[in-house]
Each structure stands twice: as structure tokens, then as C-alpha cells.
Design a protein around this ligand. Sequence first.
Ligand SMILES: Nc1ncnc2c1ncn2[C@@H]1O[C@H](COP(=O)(O)OP(=O)(O)O)[C@@H](O)[C@H]1O
Ligand SMILES: [Mg+2]
Length: 324
Amino acid sequence: VEGEGSEPLSRRESQVRFGVVTAWLDEDWHSRRLLDACARLGRAEAVDPAALAAFVSDAAVEIRLGPDRSTGFDALVLARGLGREGDGDVQFEIYRALEGTGALVANRIDALLAAQDKLRTSWLLRRAGVPTPRAAVAQSPEGATSILVEIGEAVMKPIAGSLGEGLERVTPDRAGRKKVLDRLERDGAVYLQEWVSHPGRDARIFVVGNRVAGAVERFAPPGEWRTNVSQGARTEALRPDLASARAALDAARALGLDWAGVDVVDGPRGPTVLEVNGNPSWAGILEATGADMAEPIAEHVWARAQRRMARLEITQESAGTNHG
Ligand SMILES: Nc1ncnc2c1ncn2[C@@H]1O[C@H](COP(=O)(O)OP(=O)(O)O)[C@@H](O)[C@H]1O
Ligand SMILES: [Mg+2]
């Protein structure tokens, strides 16, 4: 409700207007926590991605919500940015257009897509010097066999997968070749990542901005090497060592993510990043540590929006615009 209360005008003017984008407000408690956390810092409204419309005129793209309603958000927080209704590609393109017109969208759409793609993640991490295993993809039987031989002991993963599903350990022998060729036939491509030996546990480090906001150690159940909570791992609160924290922070930065869940395993060559999640759950962290990652996320986005609003004011003032 605008214009009520006794807040000084300046404070009210600089209040951040958050749009929390989610198609699953009722089902997804992450979305609700983000909405609540944003509402504590400014004005926050849930936005259904399928309700977004965009109007293109000249160089501008105006985003609308419903009939004749310009959005006017200072920040869009992509909680669950793809809706079950509407068109996913259009929704992506709207976020991209918004970024292109200078709006603050977090996480950024290209960063989210990079995190979803294991090949892209691998090369962005290696390019940034973040410790991560060697990885390769192939699309032909000869290619698949040759990357298997070259990488050796490996984990085969869906290129866009999660929850530890579809992962298989393979070795460069008959059985391994068969697994790789079967996968190739099914998916059209295979992704292999060098196996990193670890004692059935790893760290899930939750990065927000340039700091570690929370972390848990995940212990795989007996006989299981995948440490995903969805594969039965249990979690304990963790204070990551400096090198693991550094690797996680560098990984999130390499992908351009405002917040991320980074899987770091303590391998023979020290902390090694296996994967970066751009849309991470923090149920395990909340349960093990009591910390709600929605708070630091909202604070981080709020701070970015504040800096941006201050910059815009300076630009307008120096351009001689009087908007008083
Ligand atoms: N290269 C690897 N070496 C050893 N363990 C791995 C490797 N890759 C994945 N794992 C194990 O499998 C889990 C899931 O792999 P990950 O790449 O994070 O896929 P997902 O997106 O399904 O979570 C990791 O948390 C880790 O425990
Ligand atoms: Mg993972």
C-alpha cells in the first residue's frame, strides 16, 4: 500500500520493489521464504512467469503483468523462473530482454543456463582456474570410446541433470564401453567427468554474493558414492576450510551466479568442485544449521538494487535531469 505511514519520503522513495518470480508459490517453500525475506526489506510481490507479457517499442522492452500494468520492479528474483504454463522459451527471453534493458535479474539467466549445462560449467570453471575434474563430451561411438579411454575412470552424467539421477561410474573396459555406448544411443551425446576418489562425503557450500552463507557436509549412505540428499545422504552443519570456501566462491563467480550451491569434494588434489547449482535447495542447510538462505539472498539482491538506484540517480543528476 503506497503513501501510508509516517516514513520520510526519501526512505520510501528508495524502497526496493522486488518481484519474486515463481510458478509454484503454494507448493515451493523456497519461493515463499524468498518472498517473505524480500518483503522484510522492501515491497515484494510474487510474479507468475506465465503472466508476464513484453511490449517491444523502439529500443525499449516494457514488461507487463496482466492488462496495462507495467511492472516497475527494481529487482526480479528468479525463485522458480519457469512456469508450468505459458512458454518457457518466451519466459527466458523476457528475463533476457529485461537484463538487456538494464533491469536487475537474479540469478542472471545466462548464469542459470550455464549451471544447468555440465559441459559449460566444466569449461567455465577450468577457464577460471577453479579446481574441477577433467571432463569431455562426445556424440559418436568413436568419440565416446576415445574420451572414455582418455579420461579413464569416470562418472557419466546427463548434461542437464540433477538430484544424482542418471549418474553412472564407468571404467575403460568392455562393461564401461557398453554403458557409454548405450547412453550415447539413448541421449545423442555423453558427458564424462574424471572420477575423484572421496570417502563418501562432500561439502555443499551455499554461496551468496561473495561470501559463504551456509554449508553442510553430506554423508552418502553405505554402499553409495553419490552424496545427494535425494539419494539418502544425511547432512551435518559444516564450517568449510579456507581452500574449499575459496573454491566454492570462485566457482559461483566463474558462472556469474548471485547465489549458488556448490558441491565440493575433498579429493587427492585437495578441494575439487564437482558441480554448481544455480537453483539450489537449502532444505538440508536449514535443517542442519537453522539458517534460512532466503535472508542472505534477499539482502544481497537488496544491496545490489540499492547500489544500482544510487548509480542511476548520480547519472541522472550529472546529466542535468531534475526529477525532484
Ligand atoms: N567426478 C566425480 N567423482 C566422484 N564423485 C562424483 C563425481 N561426480 C559426481 N559425484 C558424486 O555424485 C554426486 C552428484 O553429482 P553431481 O555432478 O552433483 O550431479 P547432480 O546434478 O545430479 O547433483 C556428487 O555430489 C558426488 O557425490
Ligand atoms: Mg549435485
